[in-house]
Design a protein around this ligand. Structure first.
Ligand code: RIB
Ligand code: CA
Length: 309
């Protein structure tokens, strides 16, 4: 039986790849997509989710728009990374449909209540929607949460913090303390999922969706080349989906994770007790390594299965 999932995302180049990987994987049943501000405004991330679903020939997948700003913090979007549209680079038609009328949290509640089994949440943007859902509906019906966000070591939005957690640190702290099974796929793992010339070549040979993803990467790599000197881009969010497909790809350790809320300097830092210094109970399976080659083998193989656009 396929694992029912909800992808909560802010497309966003790597969110788009995560969505396509989920659609290409029969092990997963994508119940729907919920969207949040993050890489761009809510309006743009929602339109981008619909655009990618239509590209993949899946306009049947419901898209429910959620939070247009963090719980408490100011709205900051990552246009410097993902461009004005949030999905700059490839030519992609505008969406031909609107999101459903219900908001993300309301739709999540219905989808989880109606699901045959427990549902896995896969957040790949700021955690505002998920925190709101948990606050209003609790953890009943949720199998686990496998999120892309945080970091053991360095951040990317600031030296201290990763963007998804930095954007809404209160939401991240709430999710980590909701007493639900959480896996944190952070930058320590996703910075090992950086494309290169060989991956780009293989993507361009993986059908028209593979070409589309290679074009996404071409744009996404500009920021990362300028910032890190890399010859490619980290496909952060697709690693969270890949973890559901191949649990062995990402090594994890049960550890305590707390989020810095008070400091401005370290706002949104995920403080991971990797070496068990604090005695605080583990509240997440924290990603510590990645089999990079196996990840890209899986990604290319699955994208090639999607129908030509
Ligand atoms: O820090 C990386 C994360 O922030 C990814 O999910 C990317 O899409 C952005 O949302
Ligand atoms: Ca994202």
């Amino acid at each position: 039986m396929a694992t029912p999932i909800i992808l909560d995302c802010d497309p966003g180049h790597d969110d788009a790849v995560a969505l396509l990987l989920a659609l290409a994987s029969p092990e997963l049943e994508l119940l729907g997509v919920t969207t949040t501000y993050g890489n761009q405004t809510l309006e743009k991330t929602t339109a981008n989710a619909i655009r990618v679903l239509e590209l993949a020939g899946r306009p049947d997948v419901p898209v429910a728009a959620g939070a247009d700003r963090p719980l408490e913090r100011e709205l900051v979007v990552a246009a410097h990374v993902h461009g004005e549209s949030g999905l700059d680079g490839p030519t992609l038609p505008p969406p031909s449909a609107e999101p459903i009328s219900r908001d993300a949290v309301e739709w999540m509640a219905g989808a989880i209540a109606d699901a045959a089994g427990t549902v896995t949440l896969v957040p790949t943007g700021p955690l505002t929607n998920v925190a709101r859902y948990l606050d209003e509906h609790g953890t009943t019906g949720i199998e686990r949460i496998v999120l892309m966000g945080g970091a053991i070591a360095e951040g990317n939005m600031t030296p201290a913090a990763e963007f998804n957690v930095w954007a809404d640190p209160e939401a991240a702290q709430a999710v980590l303390h909701a007493e639900v099974d959480v896996t944190m796929i952070g930058l320590d793992v996703t910075h090992r999922a950086v494309t290169g010339a060989d991956v780009q070549r293989r993507l361009r040979g993986a059908g028209s969706i593979g070409v589309f993803v290679a074009e996404l990467v071409d744009f996404f790599a500009v920021y990362h080349r300028e910032t890190y000197g890399w010859d490619g881009a980290p496909i952060h969010d697709a690693v969270a989906v890949a973890h559901l497909l191949r649990p062995g790809l990402v090594g994890t350790k049960p550890r305590n994770v707390e989020v810095e809320l008070e400091s401005e300097l370290c706002r949104g830092r995920t403080v991971v007790d990797l070496w068990l210094r604090t005695g605080r109970p583990a509240n997440a399976h924290v990603g510590v390594d990645l089999d990079t080659d196996a990840f890209f083998d899986l990604l290319v193989e699955r994208l090639a299965r999607l129908p030509a656009r």
